[in-house]
Design a protein around this ligand. Structure first.
Ligand code: ZN
Length: 239
């Protein structure tokens, strides 16, 4: 049973593995920004291997993707965008990586966090990328309990960063586990326009736009609106 999302948070943080994965929630973020939400984007890798072109170096690709994602998140109305200095495909869940995410949760203090569903290994697209799984899992744990406890990553206190409690998490790519949906009829065009900034990833932006519209329309039909995005939502109990 899926329900419409019933909140517009003051602050939202998107944690995505690669520059272009923000597409998982871009229309909902754009919609919230229009309603006054501040949006913060954290990319856990620089996406420097995301090409079949062997003429381009990883260093060059990282620079290109940095520019693309900053243009895209600016179009969505993002307040701040950070790309962690991790390389594409080299992400492993460990203490240090989780701490990088905890640090930005404590810095940006979001009410809601969006990320990849870490429980998905096989998806409708084949295999869910290892970086997506590592990012989703580290983000879940960063939100609960690690960003909350002052003795976790205590060096953050020295930087003036206080513990922080996130209220809700949303996961994209959750397939049958989706339990909420968002009416994106007024923000789908902006999402497609923003995603078109990723020219290194979408060689045929028209095709990308059409398939994005088709998917949103199919979901929208289920919920009685023109276009929709859907997510798995997790709500943390108030203390
Ligand atoms: Zn990705």
């Amino acid at each position: 049973m899926s329900e419409p999302i019933d909140e517009v948070p003051e602050r939202v943080m998107v944690v995505a593995a690669h520059p272009d994965d923000e597409g998982g929630c871009a229309a909902t973020i754009a919609k919230w920004v229009k309603a006054g939400t501040q949006a913060f984007f954290l990319f856990t890798t620089n996406g420097d291997k995301g090409t079949d072109d062997i003429e381009i170096t990883s260093e060059e690709l990282a620079v290109i993707r940095d520019g693309e994602v900053r243009a895209a998140t600016a179009m969505l109305g993002g307040t701040e965008t950070v790309i962690l200095p991790n390389r594409d495909g080299e992400l492993f869940y460990n203490y240090e990586f989780r701490g990088q995410i905890v640090r930005y949760i404590r810095k940006w203090r979001p009410d809601a966090v969006f990320t990849h569903d870490p429980t998905v290994i096989f998806s409708e697209f084949g295999v869910n990328h290892a970086d997506h799984r590592a990012t989703g899992l580290a983000t879940v744990d960063a939100v609960f309990p690690f960003a909350r406890g002052p003795w976790q990553y205590p060096e953050h206190l020295q930087e003036g960063l206080q513990p922080h409690r996130v209220n809700t998490m949303y996961f994209w790519g959750a397939g049958p586990n989706n339990n909420v949906w968002s009416d994106i009829s007024d923000s789908l065009d902006l999402k497609i326009e923003a995603m078109s900034c990723h020219t290194s990833q979408f060689k045929d932006p028209e095709r990308m736009g059409n398939s994005s519209r088709e998917r949103a329309h199919k979901l929208g039909e289920e919920y009685g609106v023109q276009y929709a995005e859907s997510f798995r939502k997790l709500t943390f109990r108030r203390p």
